[in-house]
Design a protein around this ligand. Structure first.
Ligand code: G2I
Length: 484
C-alpha cells in the first residue's frame, strides 16, 4: 500500500524568507506601524484571480458555454477568474447523450476559452446519480457498471492533460442523520462503484487530481460530513486513488455557514487530500459568510482554491436568492469587496501540490492498475547562475496547459539591496497578465520586474518574493537580477 506523504503545514522556506524580508524592510523605516500595513495596501491585487494567485490559490467560477458570447459575462470572467468549471457541459447527459456516442462541443468551447485565457479547468462530473441521459437511467447491474467505466474512461481520456481536478464522483451520500450512501442506480451496482470510478479515472488521466464532491458536508458535526470523511480515510488506507475533496458549500438559512467549517477543511486535509471549495454561493450574498469561507480556506494549507457557482446573480441556479458576487448588471456587490479584501489580507503559505496517489492493487479492482505519474503542475525551482550584480533570482513555476503562475525569489548577495530589477524571457506567444509585489515593464518577450516601495530593501543574504501570472508558457529561469 502506498499513501501520499502527510501535508506539510509549515510555511515553505520561501514564505518564511519573504516574511523576514518584509519585516526587515519595515524595521528600517521611521513609521513602523504605517509601513507594516503597506504590503497589503500598496500591493493589493485588484481581481479575485490575481489575489488568490498571490496566496498560491485559484479563484474560479462555474461557466455556461452559451453565455461566453455575452460580452458582460465574458468580460468579468476573463478579468476576475483563473479557474472554470463547466456548469452542465461535462455531465453525462451532455457528453454521452446516446450510448457510445460522445458529444464534446459545448465542453470543448469552455476548455478552449479557459486555455486561451490562462485559466485552468475543474472537470465536473464523471459519475453522478443526477443528469444522467435516459439510456443510463434505464440500465442496471453489470450493464450500468460497464457503461460507467466506459464513460469515465472516454471522457477523462478526451480531456487528458487539460483538467486540473476532476469531480470523479458527485453527491453519493444521503442527507440527514443516516450517514449512509444515497440510493441510486449506480449505488445498486455495488458499494465499490465509487472506488471503481476513481481507479478508472486515474488510469485514463494520471495527471488530474481526482476529487470526491458533495454538498451539506460543511458542518463537521453532520453525519454526512463524517460519512464522507470515513470513506476518504478508508480510500487512503487502501490506496484507492483519491487526491481531493470538493465542498460545494451552497450556503443559506437552512444550511448556514458553520463555525467549524475550518475544522472540516483541515480535518479532511489531515487525511492527506487536498480540499477545494467547488460551488460556493450564499443566500443574499452574506458578506460575513463569504469572508469567513475565504479566510478559512486560506488558513488550511491544502485548500487549493475557491469556485463560485456562477458570475452574476442572474446566472445562478438560485437566482432569486441573489447569492453571487456580481449583480444582474455585472456590478460588483459588497460581497465581492469582502472576498477580495479577505484574499488580499491573507498571509498564509500556499498549499503544497499534492501528487496524485497511486492505486494499490486489490483483488476487487475490476479495472487495470493505474500507472504511477506525478502531478504535472509544479516544477522544481531553478536558479540563475551566481555572479549577477548583487542578487540572484529563482523561479518556481506552476504551469498548466495555456497558463502559468511564476513565483520569483530575489536574494541579496553579500551586500544589502536598496532596489532590484529581475528580467525574464518569455517564449513567443506568452504574456504576463497580472503581477504582484513588483512593477512589470512590458508583458511579452523580455519582461522586467522592479521592486515596489516596500520590498526594495533586502538585507544581505535575505530574500523577498514577487509573482506574476500569464498565458502560454512561463519562464523556466530568471535571465538577470540587477541590484540598485
Ligand atoms: O444544483 C446545483 C448544483 C449542485 N451540485 C452539482 C451541480 O452540478 C449542480 O449544478 C446545477 C446547475 O447549476 C444547473 O444549471 O445542476 C442542475 C441540474 O442538476 C442544473 O440545472 C439544469 C436544469 O435542471 C435543466 O433543466 C437544464 O436543462 O440545467 C440544465 C441546463 O441549463
Amino acid at each position: 500500500m502506498k499513501t501520499a506523504s502527510a501535508p506539510d503545514r509549515r510555511p515553505p522556506r520561501s514564505w518564511r524568507n519573504r516574511r523576514t524580508a518584509v519585516l526587515a524592510g519595515a524595521a528600517g523605516t521611521l513609521v513602523a506601524g504605517l509601513v507594516l500595513t503597506m504590503p497589503n495596501t500598496a500591493s493589493a491585487a485588484t481581481t479575485l484571480g490575481a489575489s488568490a494567485a498571490e496566496q498560491g490559490r485559484y479563484f474560479g467560477t462555474a461557466v455556461a458555454a452559451y453565455k461566453l458570447s455575452d460580452n458582460t459575462y465574458s468580460t468579468i470572467l476573463n478579468r476576475e477568474f483563473n479557474m472554470v468549471t463547466p456548469e452542465n457541459e461535462m455531465k453525462w447527459d451532455a457528453t454521452e447523450p446516446s450510448q457510445g456516442q460522445f458529444s464534446y462541443g459545448s465542453a470543448d468551447q469552455i476548455v478552449n476559452h479557459a486555455q486561451s485565457h490562462g485559466m485552468r479547468v475543474r472537470g465536473h462530473a464523471l459519475a453522478w446519480h443526477s443528469q444522467q441521459p435516459g439510456w443510463v437511467q434505464s440500465l442496471s447491474g453489470t450493464a450500468l457498471r460497464n457503461a460507467m467505466i466506459n464513460h469515465v474512461t472516454q471522457v477523462a481520456t478526451h480531456y487528458k492533460g487539460k483538467i486540473y481536478a476532476w469531480d470523479v464522483v458527485n453527491e453519493a451520500f444521503a442527507d440527514g442523520s443516516s450517514g449512509a450512501r444515497r440510493d441510486s442506480n449506480l449505488q445498486r451496482t455495488g458499494n465499490d462503484w465509487i472506488e471503481v470510478a476513481f481507479r478508472t479515472a486515474r488510469a485514463a488521466d494520471p495527471g488530474a487530481k481526482l476529487c470526491y464532491n458533495d454538498y451539506n458536508t460543511d458542518d463537521w458535526n453532520q453525519a454526512k460530513t463524517q460519512a464522507v470523511y470515513r470513506m476518504v480515510q478508508d480510500f487512503k488506507s487502501r490506496g484507492v486513488p483519491i487526491d481531493c475533496v470538493g465542498f460545494q458549500s451552497h450556503l443559506n438559512s437552512g444550511s448556514p455557514y458553520p463555525s467549524n467549517y475550518r475544522t472540516t477543511l483541515s480535518s479532511f486535509a489531515a487525511l492527506g487530500v487536498d480540499v477545494q471549495i467547488t460551488e460556493l454561493d450564499i443566500e443574499q450574498a452574506n458578506s460575513t459568510w463569504y469572508r469567513n469561507v475565504v479566510t478559512d480556506c486560506l488558513a488550511v494549507a491544502r485548500c487549493n482554491g475557491i469556485t463560485v457557482w456562477g458570475i452574476r446573480d442572474s446566472d445562478s441556479w438560485r437566482a432569486s436568492q441573489n447569492p453571487l458576487l456580481f449583480d444582474g448588471n455585472g456590478n460588483k456587490k459588497a460581497a465581492y469587496d469582502a472576498v477580495l479584501a479577505a484574499l488580499n489580507s491573507g498571509s498564509t503559505p500556499p498549499p503544497t501540490t499534492a501528487a496524485p496517489t497511486t492505486a494499490a492493487p486489490t483483488t476487487a479492482a475490476p479495472t487495470t492498475a493505474a500507472p504511477t505519474t506525478a502531478a504535472p503542475t509544479t516544477a522544481p525551482p531553478t536558479t540563475t547562475p551566481p555572479g549577477n550584480a548583487g542578487c540572484t533570482g529563482t523561479v518556481t513555476l506552476n504551469q498548466w496547459p495555456g497558463g502559468f503562475v511564476a513565483t520569483v525569489r530575489v536574494t541579496a548577495g553579500s551586500s544589502a539591496l536598496s532596489g532590484w530589477t529581475v528580467t525574464v524571457s518569455l517564449p513567443s506567444g506568452s504574456a504576463v497578465t497580472n503581477t504582484w509585489n513588483a512593477q512589470a515593464s512590458g508583458s511579452s518577450g523580455s519582461v522586467g520586474f522592479t521592486n515596489v516601495s516596500y520590498n526594495g530593501s533586502v538585507a544581505a543574504g535575505q530574500s523577498t518574493e514577487f509573482g506574476f501570472q500569464g498565458t502560454g508558457t512561463g519562464p523556466g529561469s530568471v535571465q538577470s537580477c540587477t541590484a540598485r
